[in-house]
Write a new protein. Structure first.
Length: 297
């Protein structure tokens, strides 16, 4: 039996990786891990590894508590689901802790229990920040490993990422809308929180991916087209699977809508202008949403 195609979803942050994970999770030809973001390839350094292991252990405690509650309520289906998720995360923690020479443990974890799946995937947006050497190691980890990089309208992606940051950092006394605009202000005026911009630096990331990943094993997909019949067909053709109807019709993890201050919008668009123009020249015709925002620059 042929090994499944290993797919790496390398970002971008807030550009639809969770939606694509759920689509593939529900696809009959795919066998997806219960953990969407494995964070294997970005945790070789000791500090990054320990930080991620801590996060996984916290999540394990939360899931065990949820399992106890579900069992008390007689929800057997939920107990079974949580058992699977707990066992897969425990196995992943063991992989992150062990010697990673050859990456055999990771590859076994990715494929264990996937049956006859044609595709398995690790959808970790942080992989877009990796260096050429690590991306090459991923490329060579399994024969024919493929990469997908989702790109969203630069201003929409930036604002969505900022709102996510605001939700995570907001104290009880802070207003979500004000917190979000303050973060954007700091990015524009103080050069702070640069990681938010780095996750959406399409020219830098796409040049790097094209430098390392052979043609035919890398797909650059517009977020705005992902939810259309044509966009899904393109993704499925890239993976060698038959398109099926999506069970989730719209993006997930969008969070509450927040209005960007009018005085900040023109400056944010100016900051991102190069990204719009570079993608237009080097990736393909821009979706309408991109064109509309670019026209405002």
């Amino acid at each position: 039996m042929a090994a499944p195609t290993l797919l790496f979803g390398v970002g971008a942050t807030k550009a639809g990786t969770t939606w694509l994970y759920r689509y593939l999770h529900d696809h009959p030809d795919c066998g997806m891990p219960a953990v969407k973001e494995a964070h294997y390839w970005d945790t070789f350094a000791a500090d990054g590894r320990e930080k991620q292991l801590t996060a996984f252990r916290v999540r394990l405690r939360e899931m065990r508590a949820q399992k106890r509650d579900a069992a008390a309520l007689g929800r057997g289906w939920q107990v079974d689901n949580l058992d699977r998720r707990i066992n897969e995360m425990k196995a992943l923690v063991a992989v992150l802790e062990e010697d990673r020479t050859g990456d055999a443990g990771y590859l076994a974890w990715m494929q264990d229990g996937r049956g006859t799946a044609a595709v398995v995937a690790d959808m970790t947006p942080n992989y877009a920040t990796l260096d050429d050497e690590t991306l090459a190691r991923m490329r060579d980890a399994a024969p024919g490993a493929k990469f997908v990089f989702l790109i969203r309208d630069p201003l929409d992606r930036l604002w969505s990422h900022i709102r996510m940051q605001a939700r995570r950092q907001r104290q009880d006394h802070e207003k979500y809308e004000k917190k979000s605009n303050n973060i954007l202000y700091r990015i524009l005026n103080r050069g702070q929180e640069t990681h938010i911009l780095e996750r959406g630096d399409y020219p830098k990331i796409i040049r790097k991916l094209r430098r390392v990943i052979p043609e035919g094993r890398l797909l650059i997909q517009f977020f705005e087209d992902l939810f259309t019949e044509t966009g899904l067909a393109r993704v499925c053709a890239f993976l060698g699977i038959t398109p099926v109807k999506a069970q989730v019709a719209k993006p997930v993890h969008e969070g509450p809508e927040v209005v960007m201050l009018d005085k900040l919008r023109p400056r944010a668009l100016g900051l991102l202008n190069e990204h719009y123009e570079w993608v237009a020249r080097n990736v393909g015709p821009l979706p309408q949403r991109w064109q509309d925002n670019l026209a405002r620059v």
